[in-house]
Design a protein around this ligand. Structure first.
Ligand SMILES: Cc1cc2nc3c(=O)[nH]c(=O)nc-3n(C[C@H](O)[C@H](O)[C@H](O)COP(=O)(O)OP(=O)(O)OC[C@H]3O[C@@H](n4cnc5c(N)ncnc54)[C@H](O)[C@@H]3O)c2cc1C
Length: 416
């Protein structure tokens, strides 16, 4: 069923009885061409682009819980392409371009809202670093502007410009950045993949990866074994656990990241704002809640909830740049498991085991990558060659001395 204004009107006038389930609940088949492990944003977008762009439809997405139960439904919904390094910038710009046409492409309202992202600058060296970043962005075709205090004050008069410790000196502004309703992204991709013949298998946990003669040939699941010509891992915070089923040890640590939402307020935050002297960022949802977050909890965990020291740290960051946030009441908070890579950059790659592929290491920035990650992973799976904007995301980059250390802070996930 294609959605349209006419369809909504018709259903509204006839008691909304004609809507159909958005995807099927099929039984697993004995064999597929490709099995994708993980029904998060990246797994579903991979399936969608495999079917739509590369004509590969004999595909299953195997998800241990329900669609949207992982980070795709837990993130703070920010999209942007304000990256510096060659290995990253063209990839994230490709993603932003895909976001721009996504709703028309999969005929689903994902509330893509390009309301802009503002990275605040608090020192002269930081201005130099952001100027360099802005130049790199513009050279690769993205949009970037440097704002002075007056330019920011027009947009965000509520910020504490003269904070004694962190005075605001300017900002990097990317107008095309913004927010997207995260769970609608999962539903839109799932619907688009399903209608092209992909089987989405919920409540189906992968418990083992079958390797015969050195080649990956299938998966063991809680709903039986499934053979496959190719197996594509795409499990975000569970990457190390699933890769271990194939005897792989990854350059990834799992950490929890928390997010917070306040009671609904009148519109006040124009776009996304990030604090440049601490780890705090905020936007406002269309329902009015201030959606904000900060740093990861600095210990390894697979728990989807965090601890109070980071709550305090995030609230301190908020108070430092916008003291009025202290008057807002907190409504909800939650956590998700981050697959923190050692250089802060992701992987879309073959593995040393023929037939086995890996997508992960997205840290806390993988939501904005969802379209390009799926597109490039589908390209790799269909053609066995990396897409031109994802050639740097290989697992062997640490062995080759070619990490993509965007922040220059080394192999310490809690510093990225
Ligand atoms: C609080 C928070 C805020 C964030 N904010 C942002 C943001 O503003 N912008 C941004 O770009 N990114 C953000 N992120 C990061 C982003 O959400 C993730 O990088 C991205 O969603 C990861 O990819 P995914 O959607 O495929 O992951 P997931 O949705 O986690 O998908 C992985 C799936 O694999 C499934 N799985 C795991 N093990 C198995 C198994 N054995 N068998 C079958 N299935 C399995 C899981 O159940 C899960 O559904 C944030 C994350 C969090 C937690």
């Amino acid at each position: 069923m294609r959605y349209s204004a006419w369809q909504i009107l018709k259903e509204g006038l006839t008691g909304n009885k004609g809507w159909k389930p958005v995807w099927r609940e099929p039984e697993p088949k004995a064999e597929y061409d490709i099995v994708i492990i993980g029904g998060g944003g990246h797994g579903l977008s991979t399936a969608y682009y495999l079917a739509k762009e590369f004509g590969v439809t004999n595909v299953a997405v195997v998800e241990k819980g329900w669609l949207g139960s992982g980070n795709i439904g837990r993130n703070t919904t920010i999209i942007r392409s304000n990256y510096l390094l060659e290995g990253n910038q063209p990839f994230y710009e490709h993603s932003l371009k895909l976001w721009e046409g996504l709703e028309q492409d999969f005929n689903y309202n994902a509330m893509v809202s390009q309301r802009g992202i503002l990275n605040l600058i608090h020192s002269d060296p930081q201005r130099d670093a952001f100027a360099r970043r802005a130049n790199a962005m513009r050279l690769s075709g993205a949009d970037a502007e440097l704002l002075d205090r007056e330019g920011i004050a027009k947009m965000c008069p509520f910020l504490d410009f003269d904070n004694a410790r962190f005075p605001i000196q300017g900002a990097l502004w990317q107008p095309r950045g913004g927010t997207v309703r995260h769970d609608a992204v999962a539903w839109g991709y799932a619907r688009g993949a399903d209608e092209r013949g992909v089987d989405i298998l919920q409540n189906c946990e992968v418990t083992g990866i079958d390797i015969e003669g050195g080649r990956a040939v299938g998966v063991q699941t809680s709903r039986g074994s499934i053979r496959a010509k190719k197996i594509a891992m795409c499990v975000a915070g569970s990457s190390s656990r699933v890769a271990a089923m194939a005897g792989m040890r990854l350059p990834i640590e799992s950490h929890v990241l928390q997010a917070f939402v306040s009671e609904g307020l009148k519109p006040v935050i124009p776009g996304v704002i990030t604090f440049g002297a601490g780890h705090f960022y905020v936007s406002q949802s269309d329902k009015g809640g201030l959606v904000f977050g900060g740093d990861i909890d600095g210990y390894n965990t697979y728990a989807q909830r965090g601890n109070l020291p980071v709550v305090e740290d995030v609230c301190e960051g908020g108070m430092a740049i916008m003291p009025m946030i202290g008057r807002a009441r907190l409504l909800r908070m939650w956590g998700g498991i981050m697959d923190m890579s050692m250089d802060g950059s992701p992987f879309i790659t073959k593995t040393d085991t023929p037939g086995l592929y890996f997508n992960g290491g997205w840290c806390y920035g993988g939501f904005k990558a969802t379209p390009a990650s799926g597109f490039c992973y589908a390209h790799l799976l269909a053609k066995d060659e990396p897409h031109e904007v994802a050639t740097a995301f290989r697992l062997d980059r640490f062995m080759r001395g070619a990490p993509i250390d965007e922040k220059g802070q080394g192999a310490q996930p809690n510093l990225h």
